[in-house]
Design a protein around this ligand. Sequence first.
Ligand code: CP
Ligand code: NVA
Length: 311
Amino acid sequence: MATNAQALPLRHYLQFTDLTADEYAHLFKRAAFIKAKFKAYEKYQPLTDRTLAMIFEKASTRTRVSFEAGMYQLGGSVVHLTTGDSQLGRAEPIEDSARVISRMVDLVMIRTYGQDKIENFAAHSRVPVINGLTNEFHPCQILADIFTYIEHRGSIQGKTVAWVGDGNNMANTWLQAADLLGFKVNLSTPSGYEVDPSVVGVRSAASTQFFKDPMQACEGADLVTTDVWTSMGYEAENEARKKAFADWCVDEDMMKIAKPDALFMHCLPAHRGEEVSAEVIDGPQSVVWDEAENRMHAQKALMEFLLLGQI
Ligand code: CP
Ligand code: NVA
């Protein structure tokens, strides 16, 4: 039953700001419910006969597995496309691809380069489109990260997240989330790698503090998080980045200056000895494996919400 008939108003998930705080509260509850079913080996299949198309223009492990396994578990099926094995790689216009693909499936997930591409696809799609990572944003990851924080420590409201590293898609999305959900981000990026305020959008100044010194950003933090020094698509800058980011490695000293019960998160893949030390990522404060698993549970809640609304 790939109906395409949207009984609900069409909603996309292209940036963290596409949902309200109340809708996030609903998603976190649903993710916990769906996860509990999964852990109890109980079937939960509200998306029987629905189809998800996944379009990957960049590499992936977690996003591919979590969406594909998640959709099957919800009773649906998945079509996997890449630039190399579809007409996307032979310059078929995005608008035409969106019109065609969205006539045949119920939901589309895209991992691509510029945010403008996914926005353009969504503008011509009949079905909800989910951002599976762009150069600018990674909302599904922050959805899972906050769900993970809540599981371990309760509400994130009023808490402080220390971001140590690149002003990249993850940093941008943390900033959007802080403003929406009422927590703070202490941001420390090397000079020249700051976030671009025009990408993040209009926000209250109160939710972000900028620090030159990554140690200071970690002081008193409830959660310390980082990401690779070189994101996909920026490989040509690798050598310059290695020099610029040398002091932005989350190590045990940074974790010591954070709150004693601070958590460490990393969206993965990680480079031990670069953005994080092995002692930290493999240490007792690290919740990176829960975080990775929670991509699946959180995205199942998201897919349920986009296709069925708040059930
Ligand atoms: N964190 C994340 O999105 O991982 P993948 O690149 O493996 O999908
Ligand atoms: N910032 C990284 C995240 C990978 C999941 C990238 O865009 O490559």
